[in-house]
Design a protein around this ligand. Structure first.
Ligand SMILES: [Zn+2]
Length: 231
């Protein structure tokens, strides 16, 4: 096998190595926490907090209403007991009872508002909870798939590295040096020749260059410097 063909094979292996390494990096960056899951988890925690705060408000408004009802019962007992005959004192008591009733009405309205909010928050918690479960399941599936892909890539990479070692062992070290230098400078070191054109720079090659390339010698394109490979 000509040295140019060997170098071309080396380049194929190198390209595959690069693309597999890129895929590996991409997968590695996708492994780990998911923003969507973390965001939804935080949202649920806030909604739970809101739920607790509301039930605290609900309890305290119930206590206030009970307290006022107790006071009202006492006042009304006093009012209708017949023990108080002084009109001014009766009027005062009546006024006090009216004030408590108005306050109790207010509190009852507020209690209804809180109940509405409790209902809304409970619905919202249920929605977010099911959203989170779906997201977590999807994320877990995705992570499992990524881990499997990662393992496959690692195996493929290790096989390619081994193949590369075997290839380079057979190639003239000086030719490898030229190849590495060109790879560094141009990205690709070996250019295919098709219809007399260097595919590296798309320039028509002089006849003498083509003839030397045909013989299998290591010939470099006079325009871009790449090693010419005639398939
Ligand atoms: Zn060229």
């Amino acid at each position: 096998m000509s040295v140019v063909k060997q170098l071309y094979q080396l380049q194929e292996v190198d390209l595959e190595l690069e693309s597999k390494e890129q895929a590996l990096n991409q997968i590695t960056s996708q492994l780990g926490e998911s923003e969507a899951v973390v965001g939804t988890r935080n949202k649920l925690a806030l909604e739970h907090q809101r739920q607790e705060e509301l039930s605290r408000q609900q309890r305290s408004s119930e206590w206030e209403i009970d307290d006022l009802t107790g006071k009202l019962v006492t006042i009304e007992e006093e009012l209708y007991s017949g023990r108080i005959r002084n009109p001014k004192e009766l009027a005062n008591l009546q006024h006090e009872a009216d004030t408590f009733k108005a306050k109790r009405n207010q509190l009852e309205e507020k209690a209804l508002e809180i109940m509405d909010q409790v209902e809304l928050t409970t619905k919202s918690v249920a929605n977010t909870d099911s959203e989170l479960k779906t997201l977590e399941a999807e994320w877990q599936d995705q992570q499992q798939q990524l881990s499997a892909q990662l393992e496959q890539l690692k195996t493929a990479l290790s096989n390619l590295k081994h193949k590369r070692q075997l290839l380079t062992a057979e190639i003239d070290p000086q030719a490898i040096e030229v190849y590495q230098e060109l790879k560094k400078q141009r990205g690709t070191a070996v250019a295919k020749v098709e219809q007399g054109i260097c595919r590296g720079c798309r320039i028509s090659l002089p006849v003498t260059e083509l003839q030397r390339t045909r013989s299998g010698d290591l010939v470099r394109c006079s325009s871009c410097g790449r090693i010419l490979f005639l398939a």
